[in-house]
Design a protein around this ligand. Structure first.
Ligand code: BG6
Length: 505
């Protein structure tokens, strides 16, 4: 991970990646345009790309080197006019972008044809280290891996590395994830496969490990004796946008829960690893997810947004969106309770919720502590005492806040809720970051800490499999766009005598 490196010659003191080639399957796709190229541009600006570097784009469309460079230059220029884009820069730095384009070449080719891989073998040569990036629809993952393996492109002799980066969705349930893992592992070793979850590229999520394991004051209380429950929220205001075709068969559970939300769950719940070595960290995460009880169907709620208002503007319901069936039963919201059967967390519920078209964008983890054991402030009713909450804020605010009770100034001993807040932007200079910089760099240097191991993926699917099975039937509950989500989600916590934190304060 970039922040933990120290010596050498980039402005941040981090070493550039070793000589290699990045082969992007899906060179004309959305991910390449929106995130990979901006990330390469930022890595170029941070001097973290090697001098001896090549980027080979592979895609079906007929194009050539100049055409591909021009198309991506136009897209990057477009970002300078759109302040709301994931990547925004007021001006494209010619030298920084020029460095990236000087390394680029394009190969028009079909992913399932043997000639594609013969051509790549010749182009790459014998000694080259290569990262193959699958920025393609999930149906191509297996076939590309097979062809790479069968054509010898995944062999790692003579000091060269051959690695594969795979985007989500990784399978659509436990069985398909197992099948895909088995298929990949026929062609290469586990250590060659880097399964991406872009939440792990977010600085603040990586920083949860630092907060927990570099500060003696948190860890002693980070357990069942002191923690009442944990709320993990990833609330979005956007709808499905133009992704109806993908989202209809996928739904919110598959799209967000066993991957992104479980990464947050792991960061907050795993045991301290023995080191920051990839295997040590991933083993601790695996142990936590294995200790999570498969979700009990009655302890989960699904919702679907209907028409409503977002930021004062009327917005469509899910069923009116493009490429969505008018009687769709796909969920756009999920809330559930996770039970963890281990020594640290037994009896502490983890409540997870995520959804589209909610009243506020907010990704955060709120750790709710148990109240003080004895109530000595007789004049303040217990329900007016502020619960102790440590909030780890990921999006859009990035930081940590703690909420507790303090005395209101004056002659009486009256208490009130106060909050102590640390914001990243107040302490650190913001680095240009679309979330893929660290992930791309890590893959080039061979640090798999922020990537999912086969067992991590499979145990996550196993936890949500009861819902995938049960939700083949029935329909989600409706909630209005711009609201806090379906009523069932509130009932889920109310049954336990608890409440979600409001999405908007
Ligand atoms: C993606 C999902 O993986 O994550 C999207 O497919 C979702 O549906 C997105 O909107 C959320 O990520 P972020 O970084 O915008 O919070």
């Amino acid at each position: 991970m970039i922040p933990f490196q120290s010596d050498s010659n980039s402005p941040s003191g981090t070493r550039p990646a070793p000589p290699c080639t990045l082969v992007i399957f899906g060179a004309g796709g959305d991910l390449t345009k929106r995130l990979l190229m901006p990330a390469l541009y930022n890595l170029s600006g941070a001097h973290l790309l090697p001098d001896d570097f090549q980027i080979i784009g592979v895609d079906h469309a007929q194009n050539d080197d100049a055409g591909w460079k021009k198309a991506l230059t136009d897209t990057m220029q477009g970002f300078t006019k759109d302040k709301t884009a994931e990547f925004y820069t007021p001006k494209l730095d010619d030298a920084q972008w020029g460095y990236v384009t000087s390394k680029m070449s394009y190969v028009p080719a079909d992913f399932d044809k043997d000639e594609t891989y013969k051509g790549l073998t010749e182009k790459l040569g014998e000694d080259r280290s290569v990262v193959f990036y699958f920025a393609v629809a999930a149906r191509f993952f297996g076939v590309i891996a097979d062809k790479l393996g069968e054509s010898g492109l995944l062999k790692q002799d003579g000091g060269r590395f051959r690695r594969v980066v795979i985007e989500k969705p990784f399978g659509s349930d436990l069985q398909s994830a197992r099948d895909l893992n088995a298929r990949l592992l026929k062609q290469g070793d586990e250590s060659q496969f880097y399964r991406i979850d872009h939440f792990l590229g977010k600085e603040t999520i990586q920083s949860i490990m630092a907060v927990r394991f570099a500060n003696g004051m948190f860890e002693p209380t980070w357990r069942r004796e002191y923690i009442d429950h944990v709320q993990i929220t990833a609330a979005e205001t956007i709808g499905v946008e133009m992704r109806g075709g993908f989202y209809e068969p996928t739904g919110c559970l598959r799209d967000m829960v066993p991957n992104h939300l479980f990464q947050l769950f792991c960061m907050i719940g795993m045991e301290p690893p023995n080191s920051f070595d990839a295997e040590a960290v991933r083993t601790e995460k695996a142990k936590l997810v294995e200790a999570a009880h498969p979700v009990i169907v009655e302890e989960a709620v699904r919702g679907q947004y209907t028409a409503g208002e977002e930021f004062g503007q009327p917005v469509k319901g899910y069923r009116e969106e493009a490429n969505v069936a008018p009687d769709s039963r796909t969920e756009t919201y999920v809330a559930l309770r996770l039970r963890v059967d281990n020594w640290r967390w037994a009896g502490v519920p983890f409540y997870l919720r995520t959804g589209k078209r909610l009243g506020n964008r907010r990704t955060e983890i709120a750790v709710h502590f148990k109240p003080a054991p004895y109530q000595i402030f007789k004049d303040t009713p217990v329900d007016q005492l502020a619960p102790n909450i440590v909030k780890l804020m990921v999006d859009p605010e990035q930081g940590i806040s703690t909420q507790f009770s303090a005395k209101v100034p004056g002659p009486e001993m009256k208490l009130a809720k106060v909050e102590n807040s640390f914001k990243y932007k107040d302490f650190f200079e913001e680095q240009p970051n679309v979330g893929y910089e660290t992930l791309l760099y890590d893959c080039m240097i061979g640090d798999a800490t922020l990537f999912q191991r086969a067992d991590n993926i499979e145990s996550s699917w196993a936890v949500v499999q009861p819902l995938l099975d049960a939700w083949k039937e029935g329909a989600p509950e409706s909630y209005a766009a711009g609201s806090q989500g379906p009523k069932g989600a509130d009932d889920l916590l109310a049954k336990d005598g608890r409440k979600w934190l409001p999405l908007k304060e």
